[in-house]
Write a protein that binds this ligand. Structure first.
Ligand code: FNR
Length: 378
C-alpha cells in the first residue's frame, strides 16, 4: 500500500493508505457498512455495468467543469458528503474539510454529528464559500428547531435532512472494533465522541459496545414523515431544503411533491439498508417512472463514486452533482494535504475524461453518452 500522499495516484490508493495509517477504530467506523457490505460493494461495482459512449472529432482543447448547486457556485460537480467524526482521523477533523472545500471551491455539507461545531466551521468559512448543514431530526423537536435557527444565523446555505437513518444500520466492523477500551483510555477518542454534534449528549456514550454508529444515532426521531419537511423549512427561516437518502422513484416523487429543492439519491454509502440499490440504479428508475422529478428538483447522488468516469456516468443520466464520502474521511489521515489531493485527483480525472467523452462543459454530458441497458434491465 502507498504510504505517502505522493505515491497515491487514485482514491483507492488513499483508502489503502488510510487503512494502514488510521487508528483501527477510526478505520473501522469510516469503512464500516451494513450487514455483509454487499450494497457497499455494489455501489462501486454498478459503475462497471454502465458503458460510456465517447464522441470524437470535437474540439476539446478547453473544458469547463463549473456548475451550481441550488444556485451556489462550485468549481466541480462535486460536494463533500456529510460524515461524522472527522477528529477520529486528525486533530483538526472537519476543519480540514472546511478549509480545503474553500480553496477547492466546492460545497461542504457539514454532518449533524461532526466532531467540530457547525458554528466554529462557519466561522472559518471564506467569503463566498458554500456550506450546507445536514440535520438528523431529534426526537426532541425543540432541540432541532434551536439548531436550525443557529445554522441559519451562521450562514449555511441550505438544510439537508437525512431520511435513510431512522435507526442505524448494523455495522459489524464498527461493533467489533468496540469503542469501549479506546473510549476509556484514549482522550482523543473520548473527546471526539463527546463533541460529535450539538445534540450528541443524548447519545448513550456510556453504552459504546455496539460501536460508534449506534451511539451517535440514538437521538434520531424515527417518527419523521413527509409532512415534517415543511416544519424543517420553517424552523430554518426558509432555507432551501435537500432530502438525502432517496432510494426509489416513488420517494423521489414524494420528496419533490413535499417541497424539496434537491434530493440526494443515496444509500448512505451502504451503511443503512443492505440490499438497497446504488444511486445510479435509483437514477435510472426515476428516469423511467418519474422523469418529471428531474425537472422539478436538483438530483444529486452519492455512494461509491471513486473515479471521474463514475461521476460522468451519473451526470450524463441527469444528476447535477455528486457527493464524496469516505475518500475525504480517509484522506484526513494526511490532513489538509490529503483532502486537497482527493479533490485534485477527481478534478484531473473529470477534466481528462470529459474531454475523452467529447464534451467541453457539463451541459454537453448528455444521456446519449452512456449505455446503461444492463442496469436498466435489473
Ligand atoms: C456517513 N454518512 C453520513 N450521512 C449523513 O447524512 N450524516 C452523517 O452524519 C453521516 N456520517 C457518515 C460517517 C461516515 C464515516 C461515512 C462513511 C458516511 C453517509 C455519507 O454522507 C454518504 O452518503 C456516503 O459516505 C457516500 O458513500 P461513499 O462516498 O462513502 O461511498
Amino acid at each position: 500500500a502507498p504510504l505517502t500522499l505522493g505515491a497515491c495516484l487514485n482514491l483507492d490508493d488513499i483508502e489503502r493508505a488510510a487503512e494502514k495509517l488510521l487508528k483501527p477504530k477510526a478505520w473501522a467506523y469510516y469503512r464500516s457498512a451494513a450487514d455483509d457490505e454487499k450494497t457497499h460493494d455494489w455501489n462501486r461495482a454498478s459503475f462497471y455495468s454502465v458503458r460510456l459512449r465517447p464522441r470524437v472529432m470535437r474540439d476539446v482543447t478547453h473544458v469547463d467543469l463549473t456548475t451550481t448547486l441550488l444556485g451556489c457556485k462550485s468549481s466541480l460537480p462535486i460536494f463533500v458528503s456529510p460524515a461524522a467524526m472527522g477528529r477520529l482521523a486528525h486533530p483538526d477533523g472537519e476543519k480540514c474539510l472546511a478549509r480545503v472545500a474553500a480553496t477547492q471551491e466546492i460545497p461542504y455539507m457539514v454532518s449533524a454529528n461532526a466532531s467540530v461545531g457547525f458554528e466554529e466551521l462557519a466561522a472559518l468559512a471564506q467569503p463566498g464559500q458554500t456550506l450546507f448543514y445536514q440535520l438528523y431530526v431529534n426526537r426532541d423537536r425543540q432541540k432541532s428547531e434551536d439548531i436550525l435557527k443557529r445554522v441559519a444565523k451562521a450562514g449555511y446555505k441550505a438544510i439537508c435532512v437525512t431520511v435513510d437513518a431512522p435507526v442505524a444500520g448494523k455495522r459489524e466492523r464498527d461493533e467489533r472494533a468496540k469503542l469501549d477500551e479506546d473510549a476509556a483510555t484514549d482522550p482523543n477518542m473520548q473527546k471526539a465522541v463527546k463533541s460529535a454534534g450539538p445534540d450528541a449528549p443524548d447519545a448513550p456514550q456510556d453504552e459504546p459496545s455496539q460501536g460508534i454508529a449506534q451511539a451517535l444515532g440514538s437521538y434520531v426521531d424515527a417518527t419523521l414523515s413527509w409532512t415534517d419537511l415543511a416544519w424543517v423549512r420553517r424552523a430554518s427561516g426558509g432555507l432551501p431544503l435537500i432530502v438525502k437518502g432517496i432510494q426509489t422513484a416513488e420517494d423521489a416523487a414524494l420528496a419533490a411533491h413535499h417541497g424539496a429543492n434537491a434530493i440526494i439519491l443515496s444509500n448512505h454509502g451502504g451503511r443503512q439498508c443492505e440490499g438497497a440499490p446504488s444511486s445510479l440504479e435509483t437514477l435510472l428508475e426515476i428516469r423511467k417512472f418519474e422523469p418529471r422529478v428531474l425537472d422539478k428538483v436538483e438530483v444529486w447522488c452519492d455512494g461509491g463514486f471513486r473515479r471521474g468516469t463514475d461521476v460522468l456516468k451519473a451526470l450524463a443520466l441527469g444528476a447535477r452533482a455528486i457527493g464524496i464520502g469516505r475518500p475525504f474521511m480517509y484522506s484526513l489521515a494526511f490532513g489538509d494535504a490529503g483532502v486537497s489531493k482527493v479533490a485534485t485527483i477527481l478534478r484531473d480525472e473529470l477534466a481528462q475524461n470529459t474531454r475523452l467523452l467529447g464534451a467541453t462543459k457539463l451541459s454537453e454530458v448528455v444521456p446519449a453518452m452512456v449505455n446503461a441497458r444492463e442496469l436498466e434491465d435489473n
